[in-house]
Design a protein around this ligand. Structure first.
Ligand code: 3EB
Length: 329
């Protein structure tokens, strides 16, 4: 249905009808260039809607969009209505690009009828840099929330699983997603405050995402675990200790797995069923993180490692994961 490439040259052989999201994050370890491939056994039909390239089956939609920051002008007149908090919302180039990406994605969902956003991957160049007096991740959060509200969607509760990572300077904002006709089940982590309820110290508008989403399919279930880090409650813990952050992240993932099993009434989602994508801020931390992952998941762990900035400066590692379980009947 769709492909995301990481640090890869443009694909030489690519089916014209498969959308490809191109992301500039270096691949660590010996994987070389990396392609994430979303497959289906169903027939696909592909197309373009606004800036979104998509492929769809009867039930599911994969789509991607890349939006450059064109240096849109910032003037006093372009300040948006101040939000509830004192932090003013500037229509910075990243704010404008994010708003456009989400407006086009949500318009595509509405036009094609796949109204339930399940999982969104966000790659924001220089995510930790301050511009116009605000960290770029916060600019992104403001625009994402504003776009969801403008489309009449909720910004708490039934919101998609997601991740938001850095990407190389000069890259466009790249967003890719999966959506469906049928409502997924959203999962929170009992060890963490829901991200959409984070206190305002993390930004005027909260990040809008669930800790995981379960997609119900005729032959089984797919669990999408959002980017997960060393956060307990709403606070980062183990700042400066990458090994401890990795262990805490894995504890959070185990808590999400337990919650997914509880909510779905299955006992099948487990650490050793996960396919993991691990984001590493400092490449020199790779061996420490790999050692912790192998200790928890076993030597057969399915994991790929990418260098990317994490959305809080004190976080050195983030892990996202996917698991599929087949109905055994
Ligand atoms: C956190 O738990 C770490 O803004 O979409 C994880 C997953 C994080 C998704 C997002 C951010 C996002 O807050 C960061």
């Amino acid at each position: 249905m769709g492909v995301a490439t990481f640090d890869a040259p443009p694909l030489e052989r690519r089916a014209a009808d498969v959308p490809v999201a191109e992301i500039n994050t270096p691949v660590l370890g010996d994987a070389g260039a990396l392609c994430e491939v979303w497959r289906t056994r169903q027939a696909i039909e592909s197309g373009v809607h606004g800036g979104v390239r998509y492929a769809r089956t009867a039930d599911m939609l994969f789509g991607c969009i890349a939006v450059p920051e064109n240096g849109a002008e910032i003037s006093a007149a372009s300040w948006a209505t101040p939000s509830a908090s004192a932090e003013k919302e500037q229509r910075t180039p990243l704010y404008v690009a994010t708003e456009r990406a989400y407006r086009e994605i949500l318009a595509t969902l509405d036009a094609l009828g796949y109204v339930h956003l399940i999982r969104v991957w966000n790659y924001v160049p220089e995510i930790n840099r301050d511009t116009h007096g605000i960290e770029r991740y916060r600019q992104f959060n403001s625009a994402r929330q504003a776009a969801l509200l403008a489309s009449g969607r909720p910004v708490t509760g039934n919101v998609s699983a997601a991740c938001a990572l850095g990407a190389a300077v000069g890259s466009p904002l790249v967003v890719y997603f999966l959506a469906s006709h049928s409502a997924p089940t959203f999962i929170e982590n009992p060890r963490q405050v829901s991200a959409y309820n984070y206190p305002p110290r993390y930004g005027a508008r909260s990040p809008v995402f669930s800790r995981a989403a379960v997609l119900h399919q005729p032959d089984g279930m797919t669990l999408f675990i959002s980017g997960t880090a060393s956060i307990v409650g709403h606070r980062t813990i183990h700042a400066g200790d990458t090994a401890a952050q990795t262990r805490e992240t894995l504890s959070n993932i185990e808590a999400v797995l337990a919650e997914a099993n509880r909510v779905t009434g299955s006992g099948e989602f487990a650490l050793d069923t996960l396919a993991c994508k691990v984001y590493v801020r400092c490449p020199s931390d790779l061996p420490v993180i790999q050692a912790e992952l192998r200790a928890a998941l076993g030597a057969a762990a399915r994991a790929v490692y990418l260098q990317a900035d994490i959305c809080r400066r004190d976080l050195s590692v983030e892990i996202e994961a996917t698991a599929m379980v087949a109905h055994t009947t």
